[in-house]
Design a protein around this ligand. Structure first.
Ligand code: SAH
Ligand code: F3S
Length: 442
């Protein structure tokens, strides 16, 4: 193979970005070159997402566009990451991609590329224990915040979710390798790390040292990491309400460098729907957890994921979601209408019986409500002096810095002095539902 330039496009969540950093590292070590430009690359890797139907449609559209390039320039196209069996079969049939690599097998990508050039299909056995602990991920942008996966896969089997099928069983990465990696990232200029996992609170590492078991759970790990990298901001996502413990909340409140924000997907406010979704908590337990968070970490922001129009959802269930949102008044959230994913329990056993227009109407109702709540929560910051990590120039006005406060809320303020990567003290003087506007304190 003469030209060994690769280019990666990301389609999914933060976890895909973290995966792309690992893949970049593997390919560079194997003599490939990272190309910043698609036109100069002869290997194009699409880091896929199958979580919702829309994500898969976007991927298909992109592959349609690449089809021409693939024929004309004989480029090699690989699909990596989070893809379903169905899409794999479809794309193979349509000859849109040369190979597919699931998240267990990124180390095999150089072999896959080689085999694709000689027209062979390569089969492999997935490594169920893979955590890529020994790989220092390569960050190919000049940002000061980054992501690191600390757990891979998920054991929860929520009935709507394809992740346990695409990313496999849950496993945790060696805590000492994560600490080492964070220190290395700091040396390379990073000031904030977001620890990732589908279910990050169920992180668990068991070591046997001299016949003694050393058990590191998430609260213990966070505590350890916060002490080891006091100069770095730490965030984490996603917390499954089922696994979040008081110990974790206490560790967050204890350390200044652990950011005061919890992403706590609720999915629905109706107990009937939560049960059908196989979420392992009730509305009451969730509300109690929110109360605990606010007791232990009063300044903590809380965000959510909600699915509307899940199988069997009626107006009463929808109203339960609305009343839960009213009770909590989240800082922000991500809202989706349900799309059945082939292979999941809901796809096989439950009826997708909420008509599209009703799903759409319910989605709009909760989005509108969230905008109101975000506005309400943003007002609470007016007059505060807050610590903001400067991430770059504001996209709307290059005379303003852009950054985030500990609650993960966006703050913009006139530049005056300071640089990207600095911590600024900013007085909040104005706001919209999505942005805090401030001025630099002297
Ligand atoms: N591990 C996280 C969720 C990961 S998926 C958790 O514990 O909640 C990210 C979000 O996508 C989910 O929270 C859910 O709101 C949404 N989602 C997942 N599958 C979906 C589907 N089939 N239809 C619509 N939204 C979905
Ligand atoms: Fe999906 Fe539920 Fe796991 S939403 S990622 S199966 S916690």
């Amino acid at each position: 193979m003469k030209n060994k330039n690769f280019y990666i496009e990301n389609y999914g969540c933060q976890m895909n970005i973290s995966d792309s950093n690992i893949i970049t590292s593997i390919l560079l070590k194997n003599g490939f070159f990272l190309s910043e430009n698609l036109k100069k690359a002869n290997i194009i890797l699409l880091n896929a997402c199958s979580i919702r139907e829309k994500a898969e449609l976007t991927l298909k559209k992109r592959l349609e566009q690449l089809k021409f390039l693939k024929k004309k320039k004989k480029i090699c196209v690989g699909i990596i990451g989070c893809f379903s069996k169905q899409i794999k079969n479809f794309l193979l049939q349509e000859k849109m991609a040369d190979f597919f690599v699931n998240p267990d097998s990124y180390r095999e990508i150089p072999n896959f590329i080689y085999y694709s050039t000689i027209g062979k299909q390569y089969f492999h056995v997935a490594k169920k224990n893979e955590t890529y602990a020994d790989i220092s991920s390569i960050q190919n942008n000049k940002k000061i915040t980054t992501f690191l996966s600390i757990t891979i896969g998920c054991n929860n089997m929520c009935t709507f979710c394809i992740v346990p099928f695409t990313r496999g069983r849950e496993r945790s990465r060696d805590p000492y390798s994560i600490i080492k990696e964070c220190k290395r990232l700091y040396k390379n200029g990073y000031k904030e790390i977001t620890l990732l996992g589908q279910n990050v609170d169920s992180y668990l590492w068991i070591d046997t040292i001299q016949n003694k078991k050393n058990i590191v759970n998430f609260s213990k790990f966070l505590d350890l990491l916060a002490k080891e990298i006091p100069y770095m901001r730490i965030r984490f996502s996603t917390s499954n309400p089922h696994d979040m413990s008081n110990q974790v909340l206490k560790v967050i409140s204890k350390h200044k460098n652990i950011c005061k924000h919890i992403h706590l997907p609720v999915q629905s406010g109706s107990n009937k729907i939560l049960k059908l979704m196989n979420r392992k908590y009730t509305r009451e337990k969730y509300l109690f957890l929110v109360k605990q968070i606010r007791n232990i970490i009063p300044e903590c922001s809380i965000s959510h994921d909600i699915i509307t129009g899940f199988c069997n959802e009626n107006e009463r269930d929808h109203q339960d979601t609305i009343s839960l949102m009213n009770e909590i008044k989240y800082n922000y959230g991500y809202m989706f209408s349900y799309s059945p994913r082939p292979g999941t329990y809901a796809y096989r056993k439950l009826k997708d019986d909420v008509p599209k227009d009703i799903k759409k109407r319910r989605l709009k109702e909760i989005i509108d409500l969230q905008i109101k709540h975000s506005f309400y929560r943003m007002q609470e910051h007016l007059g505060n002096i807050e610590e903001v990590l400067i991430e770059g120039e504001s996209k709307k006005n290059n005379q303003y810095w852009y950054g985030r406060n500990t609650q993960n809320l966006i703050v913009v303020f006139p530049k005056k002095s300071l640089n990207i990567g600095d911590l600024a003290h900013v007085e909040i003087i104005d706001m919209t539902s999505a942005t805090l506007i401030g001025k630099l304190c002297k």
